[in-house]
Design a protein around this ligand. Structure first.
Ligand code: KIV
Length: 300
């Protein structure tokens, strides 16, 4: 049937096909639902994120570090999967993000990419794999895109040096997501404290965000800044802001998936655990151990 076979065409050009005889309204609703399903199944692009900002559609982002979880996040409809350098802590057990190497994140990013069909996969450039020079950034970002199949990179910091680097990357066709406010790679300068609390610091974060947009970034993570500053930046920019600990007014939100799943040993005050997998896993392992020791598993 015409509507069922080409649902995307009907969704995109409803007026053009309006002259065709309609089935009953109930059936038509089902066709429209199918159309929406197929449209939603298309891979997320950086341009789409900017359109979603204009349309007021909130963007959902989560971190992903391996094939299995990335596949679940993708199938559950996450828009952006960030292979964040937070990988260093909950997954690899480092104290900070600083020791993480490019090879380590590439290894995880390849696994994530294999599990993802729709979401946009963005990969963090680890500490000192892009700050030395735009050439170094180009080399690292190039490896990410070529070796993992991810669609974009993220880097921390803004104005002026980082904006120049972003400009070179985007001129070479590499999509870049910025990250300002609390930037964990600067932990030894900033700690993990909220940023942008003084007028001077707020002005600097705003200037950095504008500079990153002008340099061609397609989105910016705003981490741990006051909600009213995040609202001001979101209002000012044409590219989407993705908040973490930055209040409800950003165009999207990102969480570290280990925090969302209750897997992290400690998590920042702004994170929210939607389930406690630490206790679920502990319980499952204890149940299994008991059954093995009491010779209840496996059964004959
Ligand atoms: O590395 C990471 O997980 C991040 C998010 C917190 C935005 O940068």
């Amino acid at each position: 049937m015409r509507y069922a076979r080409f649902p995307m065409r009907y969704a995109r050009f409803p007026m053009r096909y309006a002259r065709f005889p309609m089935p009953d309204p109930h059936e038509y609703l089902i066709y429209l639902k199918k159309a929406r399903y197929f449209c939603n199944k298309m891979a997320v692009t950086t341009h789409q994120l900017i359109q979603w900002k204009q349309q007021g559609r909130r963007i959902v982002a989560l971190t992903g570090y391996d094939y299995a979880i990335a596949q679940l996040l993708d199938q559950a409809g996450t828009d952006i999967i960030l292979v964040g350098d937070s990988l260093a802590m909950p997954i690899l057990g480092y104290e900070t993000t600083l020791p993480l190497t490019l090879d380590e994140i590439l290894h995880h990013a390849k696994a994530v990419r294999r599990g993802v069909k729709q979401a946009l996969v963005v990969v963090d450039l680890p500490f000192l794999t892009y700050q030395e020079s735009p050439q170094q950034a180009m080399h690292s970002a190039g490896r990410v895109l070529k070796e993992t199949g991810a669609q974009a990179v993220k880097l921390e910091g803004g104005y002026p040096a980082m904006a120049a680097t972003v400009s070179q990357l985007t001129s070479a066709g590499i999509p870049v997501m910025g990250h300002v406010g609390l930037t964990p790679q600067s932990v030894h300068q900033l700690g993990y404290k909220k940023q942008g609390k003084t007028a001077e610091s707020a002005d600097r974060i705003l200037a950095e965000s504008i500079a990153l947009q002008e340099a061609g970034a397609f989105a910016i993570v705003l981490e741990h800044i006051p909600p009213d500053l995040a609202a001001q930046i979101t209002e000012k920019l044409t590219i989407p802001t993705i908040g973490i600990g930055a209040g409800p007014h950003c165009d999207g939100q990102v969480l570290v998936t280990s925090d969302l799943l209750g897997l992290s040993e400690k998590q920042p005050p702004f994170a929210k655990a939607y389930v406690n997998l630490r206790s679920t896993i502990t319980q499952a392992v204890q149940d299994y151990s008991l059954e093995v020791r009491e010779r209840k598993f496996p059964e004959l």
